[in-house]
Design a protein around this ligand. Structure first.
Ligand code: TEU
Length: 548
């Protein structure tokens, strides 16, 4: 396969910069911290890094409120450290994906500041959604994703739309300035070596211009602001920009839709290359449900010739070790609350099996920093330290996303576990649990049974047995025979998941509560946990080499 299509079967690691590694001791992760740990990421064996927004921002929503795309936030570094980071990543064979947020900007972005100052009727307000209210009430009944009304009033009496926090005014994509500016921003970063872009809230930038009221429990179709046809024009124009580069840059969509056929529309040949699979993320640890979502995903992606993606965690959702340790293991759009009982050792066992499943399925895989250390959701952060606007805007009804954003434990046996230097001026921006002492990257690196060791081994074996991408780090890897079927379910008991890949590779996961026999095989390549006398225990997965 062409090196140009690296994203088809890449393993992509999400770097949440503010929680990755803090080199300057202010308690917040930074680009210098990422640079120090690039060898760790190369050793993990991933192909690409996706960085959450690192641009200048008041940080009302952890950087998803951008005030200047052409500057790095001083919390994280500066443009020269970003360029150095990109160059160093490339030297290690790692691609770099940036994050762009078309739906909104910061209320401190010069466009919004100007629009507010210009007053009602000014064309500068056309880049946003300013409207007069209905008496003392907002222009319509739309609610923000983060809770509360989606409108905020400015001093002259007009209101502006924000589907997220009030500090994140929505852009009006019918304004030509908006499209031109985003194409320029993409060029700015592609010229600096970015290999792709993750597109935030990608279904939401196109709005019904009538801004009519609707019942969120029974929304009309098309929806007033989710997945409207006009949104595709945006990504066609972005694809045109990406395709002017050599090699072409990749477009990756954050598309929360529960209809695989609607998702596939974003993956048409002149739009995005790939999108996150949130149906899979939302799926319970249940063989029937998993089989169904895997089939639906592969069926929806095949006609548009786009690779499927497999993702279980990110900076917005409860970490999957915790989800899988609950009686109801699906994520859904459930509120995050205290007090649901979690069996973390069960969650970790399932997470190990799930890793083997993700890496064995056809397509690309997204990993969220810390999952390779088996980190769980930190649910007992004191309310006074919570930062997420979701916590604050729901009055604590939803405890928010801080629990999956806690700074990583790197080394040592005491807080801050090497996240910040020993002489740091500040503590980590969110408190780390003392129980992470045995879970640092340093502690796990030397333990062949650790989560980290499983990730390293599994990613390396996947490269050897299941990918066809040319690896810049090695030129002599075997490719599967081209005539062999790429993916085929094996007939098994419905409580198991079993399939073959590439003719000589078999995957089996036992999701029943009884041990099962290993199927015929030539060699056990990897198991997610100990096998007992030829038996695969519950919540355990194996990779087998079978007769080619
Ligand atoms: O998220 C978009 C989004 O709608 C979901 O993340 C989800 O509904 C939300 O997190 C509630 O759980 C993206 C980013 O990933 C997120 O971090 C930003 O806060 C959001 O956009 C606004 O830019």
């Amino acid at each position: 396969m062409s090196q140009h299509q690296w994203w088809r079967d890449a393993v992509i690691y999400q770097v949440y910069v503010r929680s990755f590694a803090d080199a300057n001791g202010d308690g917040v992760g930074d680009l210098a911290g990422v640079r120090q740990h690039l060898p760790y990421l190369a050793e993990l064996g991933v192909d690409a890094l996706w960085f959450n927004p690192w641009y200048a921002s008041p940080q009302a929503d952890a950087g998803y409120d951008v005030s200047d795309y052409r500057a790095i936030d001083p919390l994280f570094g500066d443009l020269s450290s970003a360029s150095a980071l990109i160059a160093e990543a490339h030297e290690l064979g790692l691609k770099v994906i940036i994050d762009v947020v078309p739906n909104h900007v910061s209320d401190q972005h010069p466009w919004f500041v100007e629009a507010v100052a210009a007053g009602p009727g000014s064309p500068l307000r056309d880049r946003f959604w300013f409207r007069p209210g209905r008496g003392d009430l907002p222009p319509n009944d739309w609610q923000s994703v983060f809770g509360g009304p989606a409108w905020t009033q400015v001093a002259d009496g007009e209101w502006y739309l924000h589907l997220f926090a009030p500090e994140q005014p929505d852009l009006n994509w019918t304004s030509p300035d908006v499209a031109a500016e985003h194409s320029d921003v993409l060029r700015f970063w592609f010229d600096r070596g970015a290999d792709g872009v993750r597109i935030d809230s990608a279904t939401m930038p196109a709005k019904d211009p009538s801004l009519a009221d609707f019942d969120p429990a029974d929304p009309p179709l098309p929806h007033p602001y989710i997945d409207r046809d006009a949104v595709h024009d945006i990504y066609r124009s972005w694809r045109a920009v990406a395709d002017t580069y050599e090699p072409p840059r990749a477009l990756i969509g954050e598309i929360w839709l529960d209809k695989p056929d609607r998702l596939a529309l974003y993956l048409r040949p002149d739009e995005m290359h790939t999108a996150f699979n949130f149906d899979y993320l939302n799926c319970a640890w249940d063989p029937k449900a998993l089989r169904h979502v895997i089939d639906a995903t592969l069926e929806a992606h095949a006609p548009v010739d786009a690779p499927a993606t497999w993702v279980l965690s990110n900076h917005d959702v409860t970490r999957h070790v915790t989800r899988y340790g609950r009686a109801d293991s699906s994520y859904g759009h459930a509120l995050r609350q205290h007090g649901t009982s979690v069996d973390l050792s069960l969650g970790a066992r399932r997470a190990r099996a799930a890793l083997l499943l993700n890496l064995a399925l056809p397509g690309s895989v997204y990993l969220y920093q810390g999952e390779e250390l088996g980190l769980e959701e930190v649910e007992d952060i004191p309310n006074g330290l919570r930062q997420d606007p979701i916590f604050h805007r729901t009055g604590g009804r939803d405890i928010g996303r801080d629990g999956c954003r806690v700074p990583l434990p790197w080394s040592g046996d005491q807080v801050p576990f090497g996240f910040s230097p020993d002489d740091a001026a500040a503590s980590p921006w969110l408190p780390q649990p003392a129980t992470w002492a045995g879970r640092t990257a340093e502690a796990q690196a030397g333990d062949p049974n650790s989560m980290l060791s499983l990730y390293r081994t599994a990613i390396a074996l996947r490269r050897q047995h299941l990918t066809t991408t040319t690896d810049p780090r090695s030129s002599s890897l075997p490719s599967p025979p081209s005539s062999s079927p790429l993916f085929e379910w094996l007939p098994t008991d419905p409580s198991l998941l079993a399939f073959t890949r590439a003719g000589s590779f078999t995957f089996l996961a036992n999701l029943s509560d009884q041990p099962v026999h290993l199927p015929p095989h030539d060699e056990i390549l990897l198991a997610s946990g100990p096998l007992l006398a030829g038996l695969v225990p519950p919540d355990t997965a194996v990779w087998l080499r079978t007769g080619a």
